[in-house]
Design a protein around this ligand. Structure first.
Ligand code: ATP
Ligand code: MG
Length: 139
């Protein structure tokens, strides 16, 4: 597959627990180029906009409050087959089900506080990149 971009976030639990550097190292080791990255905090309203596809899910309130609970590192990543490959490196949503060696197996605490986000498709990646980064930040 050709070079592709995906969007990822080091979530507040991983930043709080001091795992940002280790997670970035896993991502680079897996062959991703970091196209853009920044440190910031989300308001609950900004987290709701980001996760709008989950608005009807029972965990939406918990999820958006958690995402606004502390600093995060949103980033844009690039490699061949980036979207699917990042999902593999991340592991299952629930760390209890995540394969050995995956980021969530190593660094996530629970299904709610699971260390990292990764886009799940081309259209969501495009929306998520545009939600966090301006065109001039993406070289
Ligand atoms: P993400 O979108 O953050 O990369 P994902 O694609 O693996 O995670 P989704 O189904 O998109 O999983 O859910 C988004 C997020 O909502 C999950 O990462 C998790 O933090 C939270 N979540 C999902 N299911 C539950 C649940 N049953 N209880 C609590 N939180 C949940
Ligand atoms: Mg998802």
């Amino acid at each position: 597959m050709m070079s592709q971009r995906t969007f990822s976030i080091v979530k507040p639990d991983a930043v709080r627990n001091g795992h940002t550097g280790a997670i970035l190292a896993e991502i680079e080791k897996a062959g991703f180029k970091i196209v853009a990255i920044k440190k910031m905090s989300l308001s609950v309203e900004q987290a709701e906009g980001f996760y709008h596809v989950h608005a009807e899910r029972p965990f939406f309130g918990e999820l958006t409050k958690f995402m606004a609970s502390g600093p995060i590192f949103p980033m844009v990543l690039e490699k061949d087959n980036a979207i699917a490959d990042l999902r593999k490196v991340m592991g299952a949503t629930n760390p209890a089900n995540a394969e050995e060696g995956t980021i969530r197996k190593k660094f996530a605490t629970s299904i709610g506080e699971n260390a990292i986000h990764g886009s799940d498709a081309e259209d969501t990646a495009a929306f998520e990149i545009g939600y966090f980064f301006a065109g001039y930040e993406l070289k």
